[in-house]
Design a protein around this ligand. Sequence first.
Ligand SMILES: [Zn+2]
Length: 263
Amino acid sequence: MKPHPLPKTVAPLPDELLSGWLSRLAAANYCDDAELLAHIKIDTAHGIALDFNVDAAAAEKIANAARVDPDVVRSLTFPAMTPREASLTAQMPFQHCVQCSREGLSLRHWRRAWAFDCQVCGTRLVQTLGKPREEQISGKLIFRARRGAGMLECAAASRGPKQLRRAMRAVTFAMSLKTFRGDPSFAVQNPRSEVRLFCLAAIAAARSHPLAKAAIVSKSIDDYARVALLRAFEKEPRLLAAVDHIAQRRAKSAGPMTASSHN
Ligand SMILES: [Zn+2]
């Protein structure tokens, strides 16, 4: 038996995610997301589970309840992605636009690792676990991170894997500095702004001085960072040698300043 269509329906907005639209639909009908999904007889309590994959039966049930075409429901999910695009698209919301969220919106582009400013209103996106005092983040870091995000977007869209590899290498360095462990592609989707912004800024910084940055990082590093360094350069032994050389030169020039070198 088909459930009755909902008393009220809302029109999906451009770039809106299925989960966000379902939340607005629930609010318009004075219930919460879980109640709405239970009413439609969809076997999940969370709409975000449907953002990447909604099967034909579920799309049909939602379409019937909201009095729209099933194609409209399907159009609110992520289309098929290349592995590279998928690795830079978050399964869970990690950032949002404060302005648009107030109106109950949840947009697709916010899930991309390279998204930095809201494409609807232009407000800078904030991480979901960001510190409440966002204004403490320096303007310089934001400026650099925004540039890095732009470079990441280009790298994700480029034909070959080279650009993205270079960007991820910079992220790996940034992670070793912040002692943040895990996959670099997760670091740029991190719900904590201090991790994400720093990693994005590193992509922009590495573009101008890749070897010098690497050398700075390789000074006084722990084992994890050393491993990260080796991993980042594993296919480029000549670059690794160059990095070590710069690091040694830096250590030498800093030598006379250290107590042990005075007789
Ligand atoms: Zn916005």
